[in-house]
Design a protein around this ligand. Structure first.
Ligand SMILES: [Zn+2]
Length: 443
């Protein structure tokens, strides 16, 4: 048996002085520090915070097929360094896209010796794959992503209402969740672009109304089919009223937003810098404030990275061409520090951090019975960190494949010292070599 202790362990909604007893990968007990059994190998972490490992249910790992963009090895090392102990991979932009059982198996075959944290997959809904959904569910997948707009990937076409009408009853009957990229292209013609560098023009090309109308439509479909719907990467605060109204009616709609929508705003995004391009876009400061209010009042459920990397060439940085740049923000490793830093300004605490980045994401993928909390019987997944120390995000520190981020040179609060997965140390700030054996599991 092992014991880890600290003056600040997050248990039952509070930071308390306690020791966690770990046996067989799980939390055997939580005890006072003077009650640690004599046969335990004990590590005292002083006053570092011990918190549940983060759960990031929105990560694009892109392997197989686009492994030059990202891969399981690098993504899960970055996750471990970011205090994340479970990632759920999106059904695109890998090749093949995860829309068939065969594709699930192809992806699973890539995992061996590359899982530094636990990994699960989301499946995909595309036109005409409704006959694959049951097979994928039988293989353990319980959440499926659909796009209501062009995904940028030819093999992953958008789902129109007819497609959703076929897929949603199947998901509902099996208690699975539909994840939705909620934007509807309301333009009848190609936009007339005057300056391809201009962030403002890019922003105006994907207005709030696209998210609003999509969310309105998907809520109606959720109600019609009694199908659980989860809105991914909510960017527009205008849509919050729709989600609130759905909640009042008891419609099963949840939502997430991402660090970039909560910490960056259009007023300060430089023109021509593809690192800041994502869809839906990062909007203005007022919108950002309303998203925070949406989290605080429970309209938005949680925060995930939407880590969606690509190669530097695809970001068109030299050309400064926002229109041709691939959309997606890379931030997998930095979510905890970014959100912790932002919480300071809003006078919010670690309880919110745990709720938004551990407990509630665990719910989405049905892991809330074993992960996301420090509780007797739960898996011994922890992040051990110093909330009072600052660090600057440098290219050299990035562990994911393409060393690029919208947050380079940002100074943030919160340094992760160690990460535990099922009782084993998987990341150590003083030894980032990853020479041990990866112990992550497919879940
Ligand atoms: Zn995404």
């Amino acid at each position: 048996m092992r014991a880890i202790s600290s003056k600040r362990v997050f248990v039952n909604g509070h930071l308390i002085e306690a020791a966690i007893i770990i046996k067989n990968e799980t939390i055997k007990d939580i005890v006072d520090c003077d009650k640690i059994p004599a046969n335990c190998q004990h590590t005292n972490y002083g006053d570092l915070v011990i918190m549940p490992g983060l759960i990031d249910t929105h990560v694009h790992i892109n392997e197989p097929g686009r492994t030059d963009w990202e891969g399981f090895n690098t993504a899960t090392q970055a996750a471990a360094a970011g205090g994340i102990t479970t990632v759920i991979d999106m059904p695109l932009n890998c090749i093949p896209v995860t829309t068939t059982l065969e594709a699930v198996n192809v992806k699973k075959a890539c995992l061996e010796n590359q899982m530094w944290v636990d990994i699960g997959f989301h499946g995909g809904v595309i036109p005409d794959n409704e006959n694959e959904l049951i097979d994928m569910m039988n293989a353990g997948i319980n959440s499926f992503k659909a796009f209501m707009i062009d995904s940028g990937i030819d093999e992953f076409p958008a789902s129109d209402v007819a497609t959703l009408n076929k897929a949603m009853p199947i998901l509902a009957a099996n208690n699975a969740t539909l994840l939705v990229h909620a934007e509807l292209d309301l333009n009848n013609q190609e936009p007339d672009i005057k300056d391809k560098k201009s962030y403002q023009e890019f922003l105006e090309s994907r207005p709030d109304s696209w998210e609003y109308e999509a969310i309105k439509q998907i809520i109606e479909l959720s109600q019609k089919h009694n199908c659980k719907v989860h809105i991914v990467h909510l960017s527009s605060a205008k849509a919050l009223e729709l989600i609130q109204s759905a909640h009042r009616k008891g419609i099963k709609v949840t939502s997430e937003t991402c660090p970039h929508y909560l910490t960056l705003s259009s007023e300060t995004i430089p023109d021509g810098d593809g690192r800041f391009k994502c869809c839906p876009p990062i909007r203005d400061n007022n919108n950002q404030n309303s998203l925070w209010e949406g989290l605080e009042n429970g309209t938005i459920d949680f925060i995930v990275s939407d880590h969606s990397p690509c190669t530097p060439a695809l970001k068109k940085l030299e050309q400064e061409n926002l229109w041709e740049a691939w959309g997606g923000i890379s931030s997998l490793q930095f979510g905890l520090s970014l959100i912790w830093t932002a919480l300071q300004k809003r006078n919010l605490g670690i309880d919110q951090l745990v709720k938004w980045m551990c407990e509630r994401p665990a719910h989405l993928v049905n892991l809330n019975h074993c992960k996301g909390k420090i509780k007797k019987g739960y898996q011994a997944d922890f992040v051990i960190w110093n909330p009072e120390t600052k660090h600057t995000i440098n290219k050299e520190d990035i562990l994911y494949k393409n060393k690029m981020s919208a947050y380079e040179q940002h100074t943030v609060l919160g340094v992760i010292e160690q990460t535990y997965l099922r009782g084993e140390i998987i990341f150590d700030q003083n030894n980032k070599n990853f020479t041990h054996k990866p112990i992550g599991k497919y879940i």
